[in-house]
Design a protein around this ligand. Structure first.
Ligand SMILES: Cc1ncc(COP(=O)(O)O)c(C=O)c1O
Length: 417
């Protein structure tokens, strides 16, 4: 090889699902057997044990006093939320619909928080009646809650979601800094705090969520420190002591070639220091982080069956019964600027590691659009109709983040194994 030739970046190894007799095992069940048990393809499978292990290893790494909340927007499947509810310290919901699932999971309503722009009057009423913590994001929300409080006499628990005056660097999705629809600008927070006080709402603290899908520990550390300092600066205007300080999350998982897993140690060390500072600065307050994909993303597979195999001008196309209508993210159409491949394998041919058992193939779905692309010229085991394509890192923002009615193909199902 010429020295100037660069080796293309590859996917970080996906070891979470063991392989037995050439098949991926999900919850100990070989993939073809699981497909038979589900009774159809395509489907999403989430591994219960992997979910448990993830939360346990995170807890072991992070300070004991830190509260870990699950942002259920990442995966709101009710049985999965029920499983997570037993592992984490709280659930963050983004709508009245998610609130219902969270309440059904049996989690204490005191440990549910509600964030998201444009909360409807109806959702705010439900949130107050349930007794959850509402992360208020506008003056209108405070005015609405003030009316609800006056009408019902119910206590209204609020935290202020602040749009910070800094950005989360290296973040796949920036949700704070600059002009944003999320939270109230830090400059406006003192005014909002005064309104909360006037309205007789119960102020409990701050919520800062700078961004999502970050794989750089130092960027997360910096955002958490700045968030903490901002909360400290705003503490001069608070109507009651801070009881909860939610520093957001943004922990990413590796999806694309060249991406490496997030290093937890520096984040844990920083959170340890902040927890100690908080004992002085915010006595009695709980420090919270709020994670979605980091907790559930790696525990999920999307499985779709090959229906057809075609050669077009020398290139192999594997056409499957699933596609972007079930897994918009893997197709690249959920916020990616330049499309990149998720880690994809032929899940029932995992032993095909010899070069003559492999080929470069493109995996597409059945939709009439070139956007319906699940793997673009990847080296895969040679596959035939009937084989099962498995897409890793599919436990978050898959099933419910996809246009499932688009083109009227059969529905996809989800199982927790
Ligand atoms: C307020 C809030 N919390 C949590 C999350 C979860 O992010 P992730 O799944 O990347 O951890 C998001 C994502 O958009 C969010 O907006």
């Amino acid at each position: 090889m010429h020295t100037s030739e660069r080796t293309p970046p590859i996917h970080t190894p996906m070891n979470q699902f063991p392989v037995q007799d050439g098949e991926l095992l999900i919850g100990g069940i070989p993939l073809t057997r699981l497909a038979a048990r589900v009774g159809q393809t395509p489907f999403y499978a989430y591994d219960r044990q992997l979910l448990t292990q993830r939360v346990e290893s995170l807890r072991a790494a992070l300070p004991k006093t830190l509260k870990i909340h699950y942002a259920m927007k990442a995966n709101p499947m009710p049985v999965l939320v029920g499983h997570m509810a037993r592992l984490v310290d709280g659930i963050d919901v983004a709508s009245g619909g998610e609130l219902k699932v969270a309440l059904d999971s049996g989690v204490n309503p005191r440990d549910i928080s509600f964030a998201g722009p444009g909360k409807s009057g109806a959702d705010l009423r439900r949130a107050v009646a349930a007794g959850i913590l509402i992360n208020v994001e506008s003056f209108r929300e405070v005015a609405e809650l003030s009316r609800i409080h006056a009408q019902t006499g119910d206590a209204v628990r609020v935290a202020v979601r602040v749009n910070p005056d800094f950005e989360l660097k290296s973040s796949g999705m920036k949700m704070g800094g600059g002009p944003k629809q999320f939270g109230v600008d830090a400059e406006q927070a003192p005014g909002l705090l005064a309104e909360i006080d006037n309205a007789g709402l119960d102020f409990e603290g701050f919520h800062l969520f700078a961004g999502a899908q970050n794989l750089k520990a130092e960027a997360i550390v910096e955002a958490q420190r700045k968030s903490y300092e901002l909360a400290l600066a705003l503490a001069a205007s608070i109507p009651a002591p801070v009881r909860t300080l939610n520093l957001g999350g943004g922990f990413g998982i590796p999806y694309f070639p060249g991406e490496q897993p997030l290093e937890l140690a520096p984040i844990a060390a920083n959170l340890g220091e902040l927890s100690q500072c908080a004992e002085q600065d915010f006595p009695g307050a709980q420090l919270v982080i709020e994670l979605g994909r980091y907790l559930v993303g790696e525990a999920g597979l999307y499985v779709t069956r090959i229906v057809d195999r075609k050669i077009s001008r020398g290139e192999v196309f594997l056409i499957t019964d699933g596609g972007l209508h079930h897994h918009l993210s893997a197709s690249g159409n959920f916020g990616q600027v330049i499309r990149k491949n998720y880690p994809v394998v032929i899940g029932n041919r995992m032993a095909s590691s010899e070069r003559d058992e492999q080929e470069v193939a493109t995996v597409v779905g059945p939709l009439c659009t070139p956007l319906d692309l699940l793997a673009d010229r990847m080296l895969l085991a040679k596959a035939e109709p009937g084989d099962l394509v498995a897409i890793y890192q599919s436990g978050a923002y898959g099933f419910t983040a996809s246009p499932r009615d688009f083109l009227g193909h059969p529905a996809c199902v989800e199982v927790l194994v």
